[in-house]
Design a binder for this molecule. Structure first.
Ligand code: ADP
Ligand code: MG
Length: 314
């Protein structure tokens, strides 16, 4: 009998929605796609993003400081932790229900609160690039800068948003626990929102003011768990060259060398498709036999059967 294929899934924004009610609905569809893969014989580990959610938690905690002068502002690392917990709750609840609905028993579902170590000298800390939270006016932005020391940036004529650093993940602190849980047959949700960013200070891990890219964190998780597949589920069925132009060309199979050339030619937008392709290439190149896939959430089953999606293989 074939050994089960180990699959790390990275869920994008469309798998979770933008608000609490949206998320509750979205996770039902997401759970179906994930259990489809389990029915295909895959051993699945789930990672996910948190862009809208961490912004929402951050704004809620700022509102608290306005209501109660005794409340200090909440560090971003804590906001990431809160987003991990509440996304994990919705996901594990929906996954459990979907497994039971299909008569699959014996796969316990659990979320691992995950810290991910970053390098305090990562140049990303000097160049905050990742926008989080809602758009606000120039006046409000100035207040945020003065009151909280946030960096605010104008975003394509739509208003101001907070921008935070997005350093590279170096080490998954709870890796051994995650591995033990996966090895013993649990369906584990880990590295939510890219993981809670921490820097090492002797034995102490200090929360960092940052949000780690979930595509890079999922890639690290997949490599560390010696996964066969890294599947990045997003809002497009395939990756394109000349995306959004009349010369648009959808890609089915890409070699590592081709992918590197396409990256250099600038085919993938920074902040959206570029980190996915970089993570896919990094994973596929890391060991012979590893495959990365980028596709639509609803197409994940077809994609593992080789029917669609963009596949990266060395
Ligand atoms: P996620 O929340 O899943 O991380 P993102 O919005 O960050 O999703 O990234 C996916 C988006 O990247 C797609 O919906 C698409 O609009 C955009 N994109 C940019 N460049 C490309 C490309 N070359 N091929 C396909 N999609 C692209
Ligand atoms: Mg993204």
């Amino acid at each position: 009998m074939n050994k089960k294929k180990r699959v790390v899934i990275a869920l994008g924004g469309n798998a979770l929605g933008n608000t609490l009610p949206e998320q509750m609905q979205a996770v039902k569809i997401t759970a179906k796609a994930i259990v489809d893969l389990i029915e295909e014989g895959c051993e699945v580990v789930v990672a996910h993003g948190n862009g809208p959610q961490v912004g929402m938690v951050n704004n809620a905690m700022i509102a608290l400081t306005h209501e109660d002068q005794e409340q200090p502002n909440t560090p971003l690392s804590v906001c990431v932790a809160m987003s991990q917990a509440y996304i994990g709750y919705d996901l594990q609840n929906a996954l459990r229900e979907e497994l039971l609905n299909r008569g699959i028993t014996g796969i316990p579902v659990a979320t691992m609160i995950t810290q991910v170590r970053v390098d305090e000298h990562d140049p990303a800390f000097e160049h905050p690039s990742k926008p989080i939270g809602k758009f606000i006016s120039a006046k409000q932005a100035k207040q945020m800068e003065e009151n909280f020391g946030y960096m605010m940036k104008e975003d394509s004529g739509r208003g101001y948003r907070r921008v935070v650093a997005s350093p590279k993940p170096v080490e998954i602190v709870e890796l051994d626990t995650i591995r033990t849980m996966v090895d013993s047959g649990n369906l584990v949700i880990a590295c939510g929102g890219g993981g809670i960013p921490v820097v090492r200070q002797g034995n102490h891990l200090k929360g960092a003011s940052a949000v780690i890219d979930k595509d890079f964190a999922s890639c690290l998780l997949a490599k560390e768990l010696d996964a066969d597949y890294l599947i990045i589920l997003t809002a497009v069925e395939k990756v394109a060259l000349n995306f959004g132009t009349p010369e648009e060309k959808w890609l089915a199979h890409v070699s590592i060398d081709e992918a590197k050339r396409y990256i250099a030619e600038g085919h993938f937008a920074p902040g959206s498709m570029l980190p996915k392709v970089q993570a896919a290439v990094d994973f596929a190149a890391s060991k012979f036999g590893r495959t990365a896939l980028i596709t639509l959430l609803e197409k994940s089953r077809d994609a593992v059967q080789g029917k669609t999606g963009t596949t990266f293989r060395s």
